[in-house]
Ligand binder design. Structure first.
Ligand SMILES: *Cc1c(COP(=O)(O)O)cnc(C)c1O
Length: 440
């Protein structure tokens, strides 16, 4: 680091808008390699967040480097709007091959989970002529008007939801306020009264409520919802943006729930860190009208080449199996810490999507204040690992590492989390030091 000039962190504070920041630690990056991030000054930090799950293959994975380099050297245009390009069409064909579904289906490409859910909302409303949607309190589907409008995250209450949106509580078995049965009964009651089902185009589901706190649905709950919605011609859209593509231990996270989605939304990991998202859905919806969901550089050959490299690596490197086995090792290690630290109320997740629910005391399961969560992340950063937090009460440590995480790195991660929690309980991190890192 230069001893004279301002730090990257200081320059960030003066150049990057607050509204686009979610900073959980002082980490500032100048590079990355494998499953490690390189911070200003040259220290490398184990990445247990995978850039919110986008870095499915870590950083500078040779397959992505090679695919991107090749496509950028002879760019087949820069816009899928105007001309088909080879990598985009091939990627769409591959997505159709790996996603289950009946009948003719089509793929739409975007840049982010937000625009993909946005596209899904708009095309569903237009094609079905049904204006209403259903989603969950705690769900996060994106940050553009349409996708934010069907989200139920407390951090999004600065903007009103879409008119006609029905937000249901998500049954949480760790803090059982609403049982699965109660939520299904509430839905029935809504259908009988103020939310006529024939007005509802679709229900948006996350197969695990991720930003809402890594909450797993009770067994059978999502398939019961699918069954109820199916009776009324309501489509099921599964948002696989965070949990999809091998992270859960299966290719698709919805496969754990026995769901048969009508529409599937991909993002984050699909581009391996490059901007890329996709919606896969029935042709009769996805071919609603030409020029209906246009973004000039979406589906460009560079991002879609990266996407092809990601899908290929999932198969050749057996990433679903790896996520399952490394995830089990990682979760078991964190579970073992719970015996030592009563602050760990719950360790849950699937594969390499793991959360630690932090509680004030194990009996009443009251969430810790956000400052405690932030302190553990801060200390984890000091000790050499990057991770962040989620949850409507900011009390869930989130781990979404690259699926290339090795068993050795998983053990290193467990050791850092262990020491970070111990040090915070010993009072080694002050309230002042974490005040700038309490974000949502
Ligand atoms: C992150 C996320 C999104 C939004 O994706 P962006 O790439 O941030 O636009 C949508 N849905 C889920 C479940 C997500 O986790």
């Amino acid at each position: 680091m230069s001893t004279t000039g301002p730090s990257l962190r200081e320059r960030d504070a003066h150049a990057i808008a607050q509204i686009g920041r979610l900073r959980f630690s002082p980490l500032s990056l100048v590079g990355g390699a494998g499953n490690r991030l390189i911070e200003e000054g040259g220290r490398s930090v184990l990445d247990l967040s995978g850039s919110a799950g986008a870095a499915i293959l870590g950083y500078s994975h040779p397959a992505i480097v090679e695919a991107v380099e090749k496509s950028v050297r002879s760019m087949a245009g820069a816009s899928l709007l105007l001309y088909p390009n080879e990598p985009a069409v091939s990627l769409a064909e591959e997505l159709l091959r790996i996603t289950p579904g009946k009948g003719e289906r089509r793929v739409w490409f975007g840049h982010s989970g937000s625009d993909a859910n946005d596209c899904a909302v708009r095309v569903l409303a237009a094609a079905t002529k049904r204006p209403r949607f259903i989603s969950f309190i705690g769900s996060y589907h994106g940050n553009l008007s349409g996708s934010m409008g069907i989200s139920g995250h407390t951090a999004m209450t600065h903007t009103l939801p879409r008119p006609g949106l029905l937000l249901l509580p998500f049954p949480d078995t760790f803090r059982p306020q609403f049982s699965a049965e109660a939520v299904l009964a509430l839905l029935d009651y809504q259908f009988e009264t103020t939310c006529p089902p024939e007005q509802v185009a679709a229900i948006f589901l996350e197969p695990i409520l991720s930003d809402g706190g890594i909450i797993l649905p009770p067994p059978g709950f999502l398939s019961a919802l699918q069954e109820r919605c199916g009776r009324h011609g309501i489509m099921v859209v599964v948002d696989e943006v965070k949990l999809g593509l091998a992270r859960s231990g299966l290719t698709h996270c919805f496969q754990h729930e026995g769901l048969e989605p009508d529409m599937i939304v991909f993002g984050k990991s699909l581009g391996g860190g490059l901007p890329l998202s996709a919606v896969v859905g029935p042709q009769r919806i996805m071919d609603h009208a030409p020029a209906f969901a246009l973004q000039t550089t979406a589906g460009n050959p560079v991002a879609t080449s990266a996407g092809r490299a990601v899908l290929a690596a999932i198969e050749t490197e057996k990433l679903a199996e790896r996520a399952s086995s490394t995830g089990a090792l990682f979760s078991d290690g964190l579970c073992a810490l719970a015996a030592k630290y009563p602050i760990i109320g719950d360790v849950r997740g699937r594969g390499l999507a793991v959360g630690i629910d932090l509680v004030v005391d194990p009996k009443n399961r009251t969430p810790v204040p956000a400052s405690t969560t932030a302190k553990i992340i801060y200390r984890g950063y000091e000790l050499g690992a990057a991770f962040s937090y989620v949850g409507l009460k900011a009390n869930v440590l989130e781990f979404m590492p690259p699926l290339t995480l090795t068993e050795k790195e998983a053990c290193e991660g467990i050791d850092i989390v262990d020491r970070a929690i111990g040090d915070v309980l010993d009072g080694k991190v002050s309230d002042e030091s974490v005040a700038p890192f309490i974000m949502w």
